[in-house]
Design a protein around this ligand. Structure first.
Ligand code: ADX
Length: 388
């Protein structure tokens, strides 16, 4: 339990690596004269997440012992669970002689945003990381492709951030962990379930969220708005869907819509753990894991992202996962359900593949109300440029 009466952040303390005011200006001046490393879009978002404590207890990019522990058995060298390597790479030339020195991390326009104290520069095995973290070494997996595209040396060390990205979207829905925590405390919520999503909201999402809401004080709807693969639906469209859904179908005093500015890794089971730990930092006591959480293609079994929670000792993660089976609308029941609650065979179930839904939206057809709320379907049709 932390001072705000909510679950303690992962590792015990909410990390703050933002340096503001005069101290921030001094760092920005200093950064001008340091060697500069331009960050990828994903690393830029990692820097922001580390800076505001979303990735507590990380204070920077992983050093070698932490990296090895995370890749091998999902623990930092301190023994704290962590499932996804948060790393920054550099070329051999850049990394030469850089250990023990400071560098400036820049955004993609070359503007310095942070100073990194480079404790270590080390080589790593990309295939091993791919196989352990993503369960495949195939380059067509988007997470694996991102690892293969990195430079050959990893730099480990703490960061001090003096400039955040200049966001223009979702400003009213941007809350750092300390702000979601303050919002929960103000609402008097003690138990909060977090919901990660990167897809447009459909009835199965709504069903599992509302099942979870029955047993806790509040729901943190936390759509991921960092980098996603090109064929995922853009975040602004997904957020418009959520706003429409909340307006007509959710009790606003039990739900908080906020964005989660991290990049998607598509690491399935490992990412489910990572998503849960990050939401713990935002103050969530519970976290929803449904079917094929953070999956892509056919790389993971439907419930692998639930089974992986058993790899941790009871209480080790702190946050409590809430598992849901594949959910659907059953015409015979006249309600949503899962194989746990519905006795009818799947000829009664309204199930549509992602491909079929896309075809309908492009053709300007609304999917059945049992699959998608009409208010949401209309936004998606407009976004797909569906026939009028
Ligand atoms: S994810 O990559 O962010 O996991 P998505 O937005 O589709 O993708 O899923 C968000 C959450 O809802 C995940 O926990 C996922 O397992 C769950 N989920 C999605 N669809 C279903 C479904 N039909 N039944 C049960 N859980 C689901």
């Amino acid at each position: 339990m932390s001072e705000d009466g909510l679950i303690a952040p992962h590792g015990g303390e909410l990390i703050n690596r933002m340096v503001e005011g005069d101290a921030g200006k001094a760092l920005a001046d200093k950064a001008q004269s340091l060697p500069k490393l331009e960050l990828s879009i994903r690393s830029q978002s990692d820097v922001e997440m580390i800076a505001v404590g979303s990735f507590s207890p990380l204070t920077g990019f992983l050093t070698q012992a932490d990296y090895k522990g995370v890749v091998k058995d999902m623990h930092l060298s301190s023994g704290v669970p962590w499932s996804i390597p948060i790393t920054v790479s550099a070329s051999k030339e850049f990394a030469q002689g850089i250990e023990g020195k400071q560098i400036a991390l820049t955004d993609d326009s070359g503007t310095p945003v942070a100073i990194m104290d480079v404790a270590e520069a080390y080589t790593y095995d990309k295939q091993e990381e791919a196989r352990n973290v993503y369960k495949t070494d195939e380059e067509k997996h988007p997470g694996v492709a991102a690892v293969y595209a990195q430079d050959e040396i990893l730099l480990g060390g703490s960061i001090s951030v003096f400039k955040r990205p200049e966001h223009t979207l979702f400003l009213e829905h941007r809350r750092d962990p300390k702000e979601t925590r303050a919002a929960f405390a103000e609402k008097g919520w003690k138990t909060i379930v977090g919901f990660q999503t990167r897809n447009p909201v459909h009835r199965a999402h709504e069903y599992i969220q509302k099942c979870a809401m029955e047993t806790v004080d509040g729901l943190l709807l936390h759509p991921l708005v960092g980098a996603t693969k090109d064929d995922d639906i853009p975040a602004d469209v997904r957020m418009a869907c959520y706003e429409a859904l909340i307006k007509d179908y959710y009790p606003t005093d039990h739900v908080l819509l906020s964005v989660y500015p991290a990049a998607m890794r598509y690491a399935g089971p490992r990412e489910a753990i990572f998503h849960a730990l990050a939401r713990k930092n935002y103050g969530c006591s519970h976290f929803i894991v449904g079917r094929d959480h953070a999956g892509v293609g056919t790389y993971y079994g439907t419930y692998d992202a639930q089974k992986i929670f058993l790899d941790f000792a009871p209480g080790e993660l702190g946050i409590t996962p809430m598992f849901f089976d594949n959910s659907f609308f059953c015409r015979a029941c006249g309600s949503m359900g899962t194989a746990k609650t519905c006795p009818h065979d799947n000829t009664n179930h309204v199930a549509l593949s992602g491909t079929r839904v896309r075809e309908m939206l492009v053709a300007g057809e609304e999917p059945p109300v049992e699959f998608s709320r009409p208010e949401v379907a209309r936004i998606l049709i407009a976004a797909y440029g569906g026939a009028k």
